[in-house]
Design a protein around this ligand. Structure first.
Ligand code: ADP
Ligand code: MG
Length: 360
């Protein structure tokens, strides 16, 4: 059976690529590009709280990193490196190999590398810290996104009317003393459209299946289970929305709670159009009340919720198309405080659930 250091060497040591120094010394050393800030975020996964003991180790490795990458995505930060703090009840080489495989597959897909961590005996607990970089907003011009270049080319080719391209900077850079191009929770402005990426609610539906409250089988169950166990962080979308979105957050604790954070930090309110919220065919086949619960209070979605000026609709659509992700308009930011959920005909929809809070 491997000891602590053999375990680290066998499963978690790979040569550093972008970092100046990776696993093996007292600190890792990261390079950050000139004119950039380091974006840092941690998320811990505890067995029984954040995942079920039945989850396959590959999927757990994937999810532990995915939830952290999702935070970088929400800020529009480019992934650089991460650390892994691991408490293990025992050394199980087969389990560790599978966990590492899921972890590194996602890491490679996002060009982020493991540069250090800590390993100890204890109840299964996984804590990852991610490091990313994001440009400061210091006077230099914001470089064009690849999707903006392609959009411009397409417009010249088709001789179409050019879309309005307001050159105003996001409000975040005016409201806060932070000079950054990072997407923040604090930038939402009255009149902004509310957008969400992908589809919501499948992960919560899977949880209801595991709880025995919903019966699903076959491909439908596999789809929602995958959403719960293998979320895909929207890193490319976050990057493409820099300079376009006013505010962003990733959906980890349910739309109502997470949107509440944006509203509170931005000093605004919102109206959410529940019928517009994107959902899979599997969720759409469930009773409406359950759909609403999964969409609004589900959690574990890891999609991006963001706001942008109505003048930027074409830019949001182009950014989403460029990265191959759906973006759906699902509400509006209001000057009046408060969060109202309405249906297609404007009736208020009851929302008896609260955002997820570990201590309430
Ligand atoms: P220290 O004594 O400074 O706490 P350790 O002896 O715990 O360092 O770890 C030795 C090296 O292995 C360090 O570079 C540390 O970052 C790295 N490390 C420990 N655990 C992990 C892990 N789970 N994944 C990646 N690197 C790890
Ligand atoms: Mg240590």
């Amino acid at each position: 059976m491997a000891g602590e250091f053999a375990l680290i060497a066998r499963h978690f040591t790979r040569p550093a690529r972008r970092a100046a120094l990776g696993v093996g010394d007292d600190c890792a050393l990261l390079r950050v590009a000139p004119g950039h800030q380091l974006a840092v975020s941690s998320d811990m996964l505890v067995e029984g709280r954040h995942f079920l003991s039945t989850v396959a180790p590959e999927r757990l490795g994937h999810k532990a990193l995915a939830v952290n990458l999702s935070d970088l995505a929400a800020c529009g930060a480019e992934p650089l490196a991460f650390t892994l703090a691991l408490a293990l009840p025992r050394v199980d080489d087969a389990w560790l190999a599978a966990f590492a495989q899921g972890l590194f597959a996602l890491a490679d897909a996002h060009d982020i590398e493991l540069v250090g961590g800590d390993t100890t005996a204890g109840p299964l607990n996984i804590c990852i810290t991610v490091f990313g970089q994001v440009p400061t907003s210091a006077s230099q011009q914001v470089p064009l996104h690849e999707w903006q270049v392609q959009q411009a080319k397409a417009q010249t080719q088709t001789q179409a009317q050019p879309q309005p391209q307001p050159q105003t900077q996001p409000q975040t850079q005016v409201q806060t003393p932070v000079q950054t191009q990072a997407l923040l929770r604090s930038g939402a402005q009255p009149g902004d459209d509310l957008w969400v990426s992908g589809a919501l609610g499948d992960a919560r539906l899977a949880l209801e299946v595991f709880r025995g409250n919903v019966a699903l089988a076959g491909a439908a169950f596999e789809q929602v289970r995958r959403a719960m166990e293998q979320p895909q962080p929207q890193v490319a979308l976050g990057l493409a929305l820099r300079g376009v979105a006013h505010a962003a957050i990733d959906l980890s604790d349910g739309l109502l709670g997470d949107l509440g954070h944006v509203l509170q930090r931005s000093g605004v309110g919102a109206e959410v159009h529940v019928d517009a919220l994107p959902r899979s065919a599997v969720l759409a086949a469930q009773p409406l009340r359950l759909q609403h619960e999964c969409l609004l209070a589900g959690g574990d979605d890891y999609e991006l919720l963001f706001t942008a000026a109505p003048a930027r609709r074409a830019d949001v659509a182009a950014a989403a198309r460029h990265v191959g992700v759906a973006a759906t308009r699902c509400g509006v930011i209001t000057a009046a405080a408060g969060l109202r959920v309405v249906d297609t005909v404007g009736r208020t929809v009851a929302t008896p659930w609260r955002g997820f809070d570990h201590f309430v």
